[in-house]
Design a protein around this ligand. Sequence first.
Ligand code: UN1
Length: 509
Amino acid sequence: MTDIRKLLDELGIKESNPGACAGEWISVAGGRELVSINPADGTPIAKVVQADEAAYEQVVTTAQTAFSSWRMMPGPQRGLIVRELGDALRTNKEHLGRLVSLEMGKILSEGLGEVQEMIDMCDLAVGMSRQLSGLTMHSERSRHRMYEQWHPLGIVGIITAFNFPVAVWAWNAAVAAACGDTMIWKPSSSTPLTAIAVQNIVNPIMKRHGLEGIFNLTIGSGSLVGERMINDRRVPLVSFTGSCDMGRHVSEAVARRFGRSILELGGNNGVIVTDDADQDLALRAILFAAVGTAGQRCTSLRRLFLQKGAAPAMTQRLVSAYGSIPIGDPLDPGTLMGPMVNEAAVQSYLSAIDTIREQGGEILYGGRRLDRPGYYVEPTLVRAHAGMEITRDETFAPILYIFEFDELEQAIALHNSVDQGLSSAIFTSNLYTAERFLSHEGSDCGIANVNIGTSGAEIGGAFGGEKDTGGGREAGSDAWKAYMRRQTCTINWGRELPLAQGVTFDVEG
Ligand code: UN1
């Protein structure tokens, strides 16, 4: 049993907490309260007094002032600050991981994994802080040198979703800090306490170095804080994780003022299993991808394409595995599937089940809410057909659609036929088939795997998707470039002034 009060104490969370921080916590007199609910039993955990307009202004002004000095600190020195953040997260891993599970509902192993992802991001960003390098080019003009350099960008707005309440902040925050940016975090209203806990971990480090105002927080409604941020010219980059619909709105608002956005929107991820695949491996991967995090990852597996030969056995094995998944308190070490995040998520699951039936889907397992306190549902398997419109939408719940196919081409076409393009995988033992899936005429997603599932990506690669998933890339590889501004510099060290492209413009004078 987790002693909740003790856990909250360890992370500096009180019964009622201020929802904004800019170097120091800002109390908003008469601010609207937000209650964080434990999805495992529906009881309140603690309250947050949300940011208002004045608090938002204070946060932006502080972040602006902090930027003017932070950007002048050498990258590797900024990296050392990020390293301290990583160390503090190591110290707090157990507590913060537990709080993630308590507030969001993912199982403890995943809650801890999420904090590990933050730590990994810090390590990666420490290295990046020494590698923010640009190219040099050979100028076409004699005695000219050309190169590009990367400057810090400014304030980064980070709008995160409930399902990865802390890791996605770290994807952005660790990199933005290494790049010399300051930031304002707007977490999901379903998971404000994990954000407060993270801020409490960050604050003493920054205070010790006199660097307050780099990592800032505003907890508040989308209509107040979110709208302000996306329309605010002082915030040159907005990273948004959430639905395609909201992402379209964010993207339009930010583009209207010529800001930049990084969009991490919905997925509708598919796995293709061929007859020649290692079926045991595929089964394990499918279960984690479809049932893990109660189907509430943007990378969760939603569509499974089984080749006809292996389909009957695999379907049978899935039905029986689904029946043996331990569902319950996410903090109980025996649990593999926790609750949905809130009542609205349960309702959207139930309404999807109705629609599946109306559209001719056959429920092979699940389809019901569990009769107990909290927001529990059964993981659900559906025999689906290509005409079912609902399979084109992302329902953020543990519902897996099974399709059967004869030829690989047919499976790839069906796989690519949806609007979203985040993550994809194929299970096969055939080299030709694997490479075909990874080729230009294969998967159209931002992530394509062979013999591993769709979820659980490592931070070393750039994470994100194509089409309606929004095209953003975060975390590793060269994703840092989005957090900086590129400058192309040409230096003439000769005594002549040749013009590019051979243009002449000789004026007497
Ligand atoms: C998300 O669901 O928003 O690849 C991110 C994964 C995790 C990140 C998921 N590393 O499943």
